[in-house]
Write a new protein. Structure first.
Length: 498
């Protein structure tokens, strides 16, 4: 057999869910020892393709060739036996175990029926030194940073003698410094002969580490670029099929009505003390601050999900309830940071998830849900915010991250919203869907809804906020108007520097 330079070839892969074709004869290849990036909008088919390669989903048509031979991949074990390992955005390490225990979990070495801890420690140490990682076999994972936990995931993959390592949004939870370390790790792993499929929404990091880039759109490959051809404008045009228009400048947009949410002297031990601010209908109030500054807890306290020790929250001069149920009925919505854990029930359908906070509107007053109305609501939201695939009966877990987030947003749009609290709405969401979600928030603000937005993405915070308050050590350190705000000023304020 003639030796091939390709370690992986995917040919004419087709996948259907509930009769909807989500992959349409997708073909691409990965060369030995290269980093091959995979990009596309949420819903383009990236995750589905990776799940077929790793045996999570069966393919309906097409073939997979690994190292020149047809590969029959129908399970994760089949994929592993072919030398394919994957590191998902949600890491699978167990925090209470050591690095060594995580590496060998499920494939422990034994001697005379007992765990051979000495040999496992030696092998783990050898792997760590080979990769030049700054961790030790006996470190407990719960003491490690997110970047170092990813090192553990990579070591687990290399223990399987991975020929192909798939990395899904590996920098989503990393700081810039941690991302730099990860890129160095990727280069070391590549130099040792492992090929990497790198999935990301960030053009700048793809340009930095990828040898080639394949772009998917609507379940099809729309192009391949070599490193020197990768530019932000070209990639975005390929991903969405058109140029991305900048958001209109809203700096001088007037307040549309008199809705006011007032937070007065709010305090919670260990988090914040005497917080006071106002948010107005017709504006988007952004909240900045470092991780741990209490931004999420502040939104949850306003919503009624978390307690606060003293102070009060008023809407149009009247006290806001500490009951989530009452606040929803009074027109308050909340989009949580953890969309899979708190914003959705993944096993339920798109329609069921959209209906969840709206059963009071879908029942006949006798706790009996009108299923015709429920179906109609789901289909209406799918059309209104372009959820893909357009199938209200599809389980939410089968959607891409961006379309899952659209479901989280969509379930509140059916209500007579007066206040919407938003926490990190576009993490892991591509540029096209991000723009669509921003437009929804801006439209709601223009209708007089009070919008409060927490985001660690400073570009996002500045782009769509009319005012920004920055939390530091339990208090509001600084407030910026849209005209004043810059990334540098917000970062300095978040660090307590005037």
């Amino acid at each position: 057999m003639m030796e091939t330079e390709n370690i992986l070839e995917v040919k004419n892969i087709v996948k259907r869910f509930s009769g909807v074709e989500v992959l349409k004869k997708v073909s691409f290849e990965v060369r030995k020892g290269e980093v091959h990036a995979l990009m596309g909008e949420n819903g383009a088919g990236k995750s589905t393709l990776i799940k077929i390669i790793t045996g999570v989903y069966p393919k309906d048509e097409g073939s997979i060739i690994v190292d020149g031979r047809d590969a029959d991949i129908n399970s994760r074990q089949d994929s592993i036996s072919q030398g394919i390992s994957v590191i998902y955005q949600e890491l699978s390490v167990i925090p209470t175990l050591t690095v060594m225990q995580n590496i060998f979990l499920g494939q422990e070495l034994t001697k005379k029926g007992l765990l051979d801890k000495k040999r496992m420690r030696e092998k783990a140490d050898s792997l760590i030194k080979r990769c030049d990682f700054d961790i030790r076999p006996d470190d407990y994972v719960e003491t490690l940073s997110v970047a170092k936990r990813q090192m553990v995931e990579i070591l687990k993959a290399l223990l399987y003698d991975a020929k192909i390592l798939i990395m899904d949004e590996p920098t989503a939870s990393l700081t810039d410094k941690e991302s730099d370390k990860l890129f160095n790790i990727i280069n070391r792993v590549r130099e040792q002969g492992t090929s990497i499929i790198y999935i990301s929404h960030r053009v700048e990091e793809v340009y930095r580490i990828a040898d080639r880039l394949t772009v998917l759109r609507d379940g099809m490959v729309v192009g391949e670029l070599n490193k020197q051809e990768i530019t932000h404008q070209r990639v975005v045009q390929m991903m969405i099929g058109k140029e991305v228009k900048e958001q209109a400048d809203k700096a001088n947009k007037p307040i549309q009505n008199g809705n006011v949410l007032s937070v007065q002297n709010l305090s919670r031990e260990g988090l914040w003390h005497d917080l006071s601010f106002e948010a107005y209908g017709g504006q988007i109030l952004g909240i900045g601050g470092l991780v741990g500054s209490g931004r999420t807890e502040l939104l949850r306290s306003i919503y009624g999900a978390d307690r606060y020790d003293k102070g009060e929250v008023l809407f149009n001069g009247k006290p806001v309830s500490r009951s989530v149920k009452k606040n929803i009925r009074n027109g308050m919505g909340y989009i949580p940071e953890d969309r899979r854990g708190e914003g959705l029930i993944p096993l339920l359908s798109v329609g069921d998830n959209i209906a969840m906070p709206n059963y009071d509107m879908l029942s006949n007053g006798m706790a009996v849900v009108n299923h015709a109305k429920e179906l109609e609501l789901g289909e209406e939201m799918i059309r209104e915010i372009d959820i893909r695939p357009a199938n209200s009966k599809m389980p939410v877990r089968n959607l891409s991250g961006g379309n899952q987030q659209k479901v989280v947003v969509g379930k509140w749009l059916a209500r007579d919203l007066k206040v919407l609290l938003i926490d990190e709405p576009t993490v892991g969401v591509d540029i096209g869907v991000k723009g669509e979600i921003h437009q929804i928030f801006m439209r709601l603000a223009q209708q007089g809804v009070v919008i409060i937005l927490v985001s660690s993405d400073l570009k996002e915070l500045i782009q769509i906020s009319d005012r920004i308050i920055v939390l530091h050590e339990g208090s509001i350190f600084k407030e910026f108007s849209k005209e004043e705000a810059t990334q540098q000023k917000i970062l300095l304020a978040a660090s307590g520097i005037a």
